[in-house]
Design a binder for this molecule. Sequence first.
Ligand code: NBP
Length: 476
Amino acid sequence: MTTPPRTLEPASNFGVIGLAVMGQNLVLNLSDHGFRVAVFNRTAARTDAFAAQHADRSITGFRDLDLFVAAIEQPRRILLMIKAGQPVDDQITDLLPHLAPGDVVIDGGNSLFTDTARRTVELADAGVLFVGAGISGGEEGARYGPSIMPGGDVGAWPIVEDALTAIAATVDGEPCCGWIGPGGSGHYVKMIHNGIEYGDMQIIAEAYDIMGRGLSMSAPEMQPWFERWNDGRLDSYLIEITADILGHTEDDGTPTVDVIVDATGQKGTGKWTVAASMNQSTPVSLIAESVYARIVSALLDERQEAASALGDDIEPLTDSVDQVMADLHDALYAAKIVSYAQGFMLLRSASEEYGWDLDLSMIAGLWRAGCIIRSRFLTEITAAYRKNPSLTNLLLDDYFTHQITQAMPGLRRTVARAARAGIPVPAYSAALSFFDAFRSRRLPANLTQAQRDYFGAHTYERTDAPRGEWFHTNWI
Ligand code: NBP
């Protein structure tokens, strides 16, 4: 009788593919929490270097995908942390033949939610459970606790919950990770997070512009204001890092921010948010203006030509510094409330349109820590939706109605002041216009309807007839 060959027990209980900045930090985070991680990267040299650098941990590098898969306990949990788009499909195609039914593939990159919905169905056909998990917080979040927004095949949740919640950030002992819903909902929520991030950054940039060009403050002079604001209602990661940035100098003492070219880059999630808002007929005008502000900034050469032709002078501000700054604080706060109200309108409409049954309170809660938009403010939003899960709009929550009413005069004065001076404030203006339109009992859309009927016989509803009855006038 011969002894059967000894089969090796899989050494790892989690797999990560993709060892760029996010993947490496998530692996270390998983390792910190006791997971034994198998790692693979398309370029094998990166795997070798990473595994060698962390030889003291339970991290095993593989150059072959089949050996990598074989090293992971079943049902396998494999996190893809690679460039979004075609690379994710290519990697799944390579991976699939090695997987067994019941294994879980998690895409932790910034994938488009419609791609995630498609992949969830495609992998389910192959018996593999697919999760599209938005992961926010950048490099540091990945290393020490990101905000994680997983959605997709709900059967995967009991298999991945322990790992994902273990590595997530926490607030009051609660992990910033919770099951979002089916299909592409996790990546959708991450997309909205990123859109809101664009808005938060733009409203801060507009404050910086008014302080700099309007009040002639230097970056170091601005820093204490941001530090002070960070102690109050505006307390947030982005205000905090803005204070740090403004205080940073070059070796010769020049503020570093002053030597940075004023052309903003973007990777696409802001544009996706705006495209989704158009498709869902839900306004996120502040985020849209923030995306356009980046696009305008990137027209660097054209802007230089325009500045020469049209002049780039501004009218100096005549109000006191204290008045301008008090209004600016309120403008930031009011614009932020409108931006989040719009972002949550979009989430609510997606929830209805796609049948996701999103828990808006939980989503606001997931963003309280570990992510770029983390702030004190999100605790209030969590409370508003916890109090009333079917709240139609954040502006109609008692707390936020009061807050926006208090802050609105400051926003209004700031927009007027900036318009007089010639300082662009597209996000503040969008916030103010949305607020005024949203609270208007009657808008000039009646005239627009009349024009549509005049030139295109598109018909209109009448104020003296029930909604849904359509009329046409022979205008000529
Ligand atoms: P990158 O987005 O820069 O992607 C680099 C990784 O993708 C490398 O591991 C690379 O392998 C791999 N890759 C590429 Br490129 N094409 C591939 C292909 N066809 N097949 C397999 N692998 C491929 O990395 P990252 O900045 O760590 O981000 C990873 C994901 O997380 C992205 O979706 C990103 O949008 C998202 N995200 C990033 C951040 C952040 O702060 N960076 C924050 C939140 C989310 P190689 O080494 O062989 O080139």
